[in-house]
Design a protein around this ligand. Sequence first.
Ligand SMILES: NC(=O)c1ccc[n+]([C@@H]2O[C@H](COP(=O)([O-])OP(=O)(O)OC[C@H]3O[C@@H](n4cnc5c(N)ncnc54)[C@H](OP(=O)(O)O)[C@@H]3O)[C@@H](O)[C@H]2O)c1
Length: 279
Amino acid sequence: MRTALVTGATSGIGLEVARGLLEAGFLVIGTGRGEARCEAARAQLSKNAIFLQCDNSSLRQVKELAEKVEKILGEKGLPLDVLINNAGCYTSKRAITEDGLEMQFAVNYVSAYLLTRLLLPLLFKSPSAKVISVSSKSHYFTNFRASSLKPPSPYIGLLAYKRSKLALVMMTRELNRRFGSGSFLALAADPGLVNTDIGLKRAGGLSRLVWKVRKDFGSEAALPAKDIVYLATEDITIKKYCYFYGRGEKRPSRTSLNEEKCRKLWELTEQACMEYLTL
Ligand SMILES: NC(=O)c1ccc[n+]([C@@H]2O[C@H](COP(=O)([O-])OP(=O)(O)OC[C@H]3O[C@@H](n4cnc5c(N)ncnc54)[C@H](OP(=O)(O)O)[C@@H]3O)[C@@H](O)[C@H]2O)c1
């Protein structure tokens, strides 16, 4: 049986990806930040789905999540075949996590980095492991600076979101540079504009209003989820970029193609996560 871990599987794209992978016969472990929302998602999907609670804004909880996944799959003698780094948020107001990171950067990127790093041994046991990180077109419209890990001041919500999505693409490229092989592949997926509540949950004022109008122009979550499930289940060959819009590979931003910057971001994130980096 093939296995998948989907973060942020309690709503939107993640919920639909979990559904698609269950239908494809995967053993699916979904995660969510709240117990009630995890239970509701499990009830909606299948009693065979396993849900684990994890608030991705906490590096401690991310480490605990990795330990639980290792235990569950270890007891079944199974590797991890697919990791979908999907959990994400948009916050219009500046928020700092217990680890001193800006909230969106922590949830959307740093937690994905830490989880991926901790689960690499389990992924390497798979004959064809994939790490798929849900990025966004918005990553084209920002840059990487060595100070990117520090909470930005002044805070601009959309800019912080873009930075987190760029970092995911850079992480994906660095994962492939370091570990890419016939049995390990990292991909970044751009789902396009999707009609979900991401821009309403932690946003107020104008940005909430804008998302309320904008989201209606987006596709239903099941649509990009089908593409992500396709990337997860089919034999994918990366030609050059490892960034996918729909099912096709696309050139990501110029910054994300800069090997030196990707390496630097990896090292800085490693330092930020150092305390949690061993299972
Ligand atoms: N919607 C779009 O147009 C769009 C476009 C490009 C990329 N994306 C990306 O797609 C991914 C999924 O977003 P979505 O649009 O499907 O929105 P969504 O419905 O809000 O889903 C986000 C998921 O992440 C979870 N989450 C949020 N904060 C978390 C935290 N601190 N710890 C753990 N889980 C947390 C949410 O949990 P709750 O259910 O508890 O809120 C939910 O399960 C995100 O990475 C987003 O950036 C979306």
